[in-house]
Design a protein around this ligand. Structure first.
Ligand code: AMP
Length: 193
């Protein structure tokens, strides 16, 4: 995984474990030769992950819409900062630059970005691995919602495994490296979106 796109909170959360795991993940990515693509901010878990990779001189690419550049405090030490016009451009460029996605604990923004990566996979628009770093069981209720959707016939059983869930950064990276994504029949092409 040459570059991993990280979706995570613009807050750090209450439990210090969130911060520690974000730092651990960033350090491990750098040591394993994976660069980072992320939202470009210096705040929240976003800033923690970016700092961890920067400390190891690893590749870090920030993608931020101009309207957010001041509010999410553009990271001052990220040299490769791509300023885009809209949120949609941000997500499209982040997805294009990365060859894997990881979600860390976060809020609405994180969920929205994560769901987009999963649904694009479901539509067959990409076949990049998606992982959830389930720090302190943060994503347990998320996984329960998906299992409920499978149970009730709204998510196909074959699509349940479009993402992997692990509590520890090392295990998550290992599993993503070896994860075989269930093939999805492309329903639409990129041009039709
Ligand atoms: P949050 O998880 O709500 O703290 O947000 C995490 C990140 O997601 C922040 O950098 C937000 O700017 C970003 N975000 C929120 N909504 C969107 C969206 N629709 N498209 C792209 N990024 C978003």
């Amino acid at each position: 995984m040459k570059r991993i796109c990280i979706y995570c909170g613009s807050q750090v959360g209450k439990d210090p474990t969130y911060r520690e795991s974000a730092r651990e993940l960033g350090t491990l990515m750098a040591r394993r030769g994976s660069g980072l693509v992320y939202g470009g901010g210096s705040i929240g878990l976003m800033g923690v992950v970016a700092d961890a990779l920067l400390a190891q001189n690893a590749e870090v690419i920030g993608v931020i819409p101009d309207a957010l550049a001041t509010k999410e405090l553009i990271h001052p030490h990220v040299a490769d900062m791509r300023i885009v016009r809209t949120m949609h451009e941000r997500k499209a460029l982040m997805a294009e630059l990365a060859d894997a996605f990881i979600a860390l604990p976060g809020g609405y923004g994180t969920f929205e970005e994560l769901f987009e990566a999963i649904t694009w996979n479901q539509l067959g628009l990409h076949r990049k691995p998606i992982g959830l770093l389930n720090v302190a069981g943060y994503f347990d209720p998320f996984v329960r919602v998906i299992d409920h959707a499978v149970q009730e016939g709204f998510v196909k059983r074959s699509q349940r495994d479009l993402f992997v869930v692990e509590e520890r950064p090392l295990t998550l990276l290992d599993r993503m490296q070896n994860h075989t994504i269930p093939p999805q029949k492309p329903i639409i092409s990129q041009d039709e979106m």
